[in-house]
Structures are given as C-alpha cells and as structure tokens.
Ligand binder design. Structure first.
Ligand SMILES: [Ca+2]
Ligand SMILES: [Ca+2]
Length: 277
C-alpha cells in the first residue's frame, strides 16, 4: 500500500473514532434517535422527575425525538403543550472528561438538566432556574434546524461544571420540551450530548458528521481577556459564562457578562461572529 494512502486511511480511522481537534477527542454519549423514556404530561410531573434516582414507572420507552410535524421525529405523539424526556448514560472515569456540548434541535422551547441541575434553556422559556409548569407555552416560536440542513443550537459545559455534575455510574440527561401553543402544527425534541476527552478515549460513539468542536481559547494571536467573577458587592453577584450559537448561517462565540441582583439577571453579550462558508 502506498504511504500516502496509508496516511489517508489512518486519518479517516481517527476521524471515525471521534473528532480529533488538537489533542482533544470528542465523542457523543446521547443521540436523539436513541431510546429515551418520555412522558406526555396531563398533570404536573413529580418534582424529582429530572433526578438520577427518579423511578419513571409511568413513562414510556421509545425512539427519540418525540413530537410531530417537520418529519424529524422518531416517535410521533399527540398534540401537546409539552413532552418530558429522560436518557441515562454511564460514566466510569470522570477524570478523563473535559468539556461537554449539548446540541439542541428543538421546536419550540426547552430546559435541559444534567443530574437534576439546569445546564441549558431556550431564550423563550423564562430565565435560568425559573420553574416552568408542564402547560406553559413558550413566549415565541422556534423552528428545528437539522431537518432543513441547518445546525442545532450549541450549549457548552466547561470542565468545572463537568467535574461537579457528573457522578460515577449512571447519570441522566432530562429535558422538558414546550410548544408555543397547543394548536401548533409541530413539536421537535432532538438533543445530542457530547464530551471531550484529554486522551484518545473510546468512550461512547463517534460525533455526528456535522459536528464542529468549540474554539480553544488557550492559544490566540488576539489578547485574551480574563474576568474575575468571584467579587460580590452586597447581593450583587458578577458572573460570566461562555456562549456559542450557530444561527442564520453565522457562528457566534463570546460571553455573557452581567450581574445578578438577587432577583434577576442583568446581562450583556460580548460576541464575535463568523459567517459560515
Ligand atoms: Ca411548535
Ligand atoms: Ca417534529
């Protein structure tokens, strides 16, 4: 075999084993078309529905995503204001895990929890940690993207969050998905959970073919800004978190900067964006 062909095959095998970006390997733990447990609620789900130990005896197991319209659902359900999802995955060595990405392709809104802690929320369904009852509509519509060849929304969990949220053994991703109205013609709930590893891990499965790893800001020709968010002034708590999103053909990356006054957040986005080729 020619040397160049061998090299091409090696690169192909590396890509198929997980997306390699520098020394970081990305792998996908949860695909939307996996089998999930789901509930179409007629009353408010029990408060611990999103916790690891919850016994989902009344829930149904089926192929995700769950919804109707747009021809992007694994299981068609009746028209509803919301559907609740649970999917477990197993973790053996937390020290190998780096960052995580939740890719959310949804209609019309959602809140996602990892082991009971909120990790992502659409902008049309209240604010961080707001309780949203099962019959609450979203404040606006949102269309799923993948079925039109688009890119899902991206929510990144940093390594500190991973260390504090993951547990050895069974972990659970739980998501409540809401519609803009009971008569809306569509509902979609397609979610991917991927992790990066600091070695060539064989955890989980290869990433989707559209997967784009997040930027690595540890090396840059531009100045890197460091913001200390540990300072509290009275009840005002400064915070910052990374933000990435791909929408309307543009790739946004940046930070939310702001303060929390004890009741609500006041934030601004600091964004750069790239036009996708
Ligand atoms: Ca809808
Ligand atoms: Ca759908």
């Amino acid at each position: 075999m020619k040397k160049s062909l061998k090299i091409k095959l090696c690169i192909l095998l590396l890509i198929q084993s997980g997306f390699i970006f520098g020394e970081v390997v990305w792998r996908t733990a949860i695909y939307p078309d996996d089998n999930w447990f789901y509930l179409v609620p007629e009353t408010e789900p029990e408060a611990d529905w999103n916790m690891i130990g919850y016994e989902n005896t009344n829930w149904i197991n089926g192929q995700g995503g769950f919804g109707y319209g747009d021809d992007d659902d694994g299981t068609i359900i009746d028209q509803t204001m919301s559907v609740y999802l649970r999917k477990s995955f197993s973790v053996e060595n937390i020290s190998l895990f780096e960052e995580a990405i939740l890719h959310a392709d949804y209609d019309d809104g959602f809140i996602a929890y990892l082991n009971g802690y909120e990790i992502a929320r659409s902008s049309n369904l209240g604010s961080y940690e707001d309780f949203i009852s099962y019959n609450t509509p979203t404040s606006g519509g949102h269309e799923a993207s993948l079925h039109n060849g688009g890119y899902p929304e991206t929510f990144i969990l940093d390594s500190e969050s991973i260390d504090s949220l993951l547990v050895y053994g069974q972990n659970v991703l739980a998501i409540q998905v809401h519609n803009v109205g009971i008569s809306s013609s569509d509902l979609s709930s397609n979610f991917f959970l991927s992790f990066s590893f600091n070695n060539n891990s064989n955890y989980f499965r290869p990433v989707p073919d559209w997967f784009i790893p997040p930027f690595n800001f540890s090396v840059s020709n531009l100045p890197i800004i460091s913001i200390d968010t540990s300072v509290c002034i009275g009840v005002y708590d400064a915070y910052v978190y990374k933000y990435t999103n791909i929408t309307n053909g543009k790739w946004y990356v940046g930070w939310h900067l702001g303060i929390f006054d004890g009741n609500s957040r006041h934030d601004q986005r600091l964004l750069l964006y790239y036009k996708l080729i």
